[in-house]
Design a protein. Structure first.
Length: 226
């Protein structure tokens, strides 16, 4: 039996992202069809990062043909026991792979952050666990095609909304190791990983077809065979 699990945040109005919806045409106005308009930046909600997002000399998403990575076998690293503001180290990541000697195209870091704290609250970011510098190096050296997270993986992501100088105040070692050095695609803000119910699954991840983009919203599902 095959089960499908949706792993994406809903795209709705949210204090962090500033998205707004309107209806330039609607049946209520007497229009013959209804249309919805909205503003959407490439790194809002569940999205994928290409190296260009962090590295001015990095590749854009068009350099990664979807046939090379959009479907893959995933190992879910169960880190659901981590607490608020706890660091996730290379040793913890290595321990989470115990018993799985084969290499997986997808690594998914599961903390169940949104199960513990609503993603609609600032606390989701402000007190999140995070991956350490050596943890980022571990991901780089494992070198999956894609790595995904259900939490803000760099500590300083929590500072973005209040920092006065992003260039000087924000340090993102995971972005540096994964995107710039490893040239590994990363999916941020996965959701509902606890519903997969298996340490392995097939992931299908399809980005919006925007040429030469630094990142974009992506629809991600898990296929679980039971």
């Amino acid at each position: 039996m095959r089960r499908i699990v949706d792993l994406c945040l809903p795209i709705e109005e949210h204090w962090r992202y500033g998205i707004k919806f309107s209806q330039p045409r609607s049946h209520a106005k007497g229009d013959p069809w209804q249309c919805t308009a909205y503003n959407l930046e490439s790194h809002w909600f569940t999205h994928i990062d290409a190296p260009l997002h962090h590295d001015p000399n990095g590749d854009n998403l068009s350099a990664y043909p979807i046939q090379d990575w959009c479907i893959g076998e995933a190992l879910i690293l169960d880190l659901s026991g981590v607490k608020d503001n706890e660091s996730i180290t290379s040793d913890m990541l290595q321990a989470a792979t115990k018993g799985y000697d084969k290499h997986f195209d997808y690594l998914i870091l599961r903390t169940d952050r949104a199960k513990k704290v609503s993603w609609k609250k600032s606390e989701f970011w402000d007190n999140s666990p995070y991956v350490t510098d050596d943890g980022g190096e571990w991901i780089r050296d494992y070198h999956p095609k894609v790595v995904g997270y259900d939490f803000p993986q760099d500590y300083d992501i929590r500072k973005i909304r209040t920092a006065k100088n992003l260039k000087e105040e924000i340090h993102q070692p995971v972005h540096e190791h994964v995107l710039s050095e490893g040239k590994i695609l990363q999916i941020e803000y996965l959701y509902n990983l606890w519903s997969i119910g298996s340490p392995t699954c097939t992931i299908v991840a399809l980005p919006l077809p925007i040429p030469d983009i630094d990142g974009t919203q992506i629809r991600v599902i898990a296929i679980v065979e039971e």
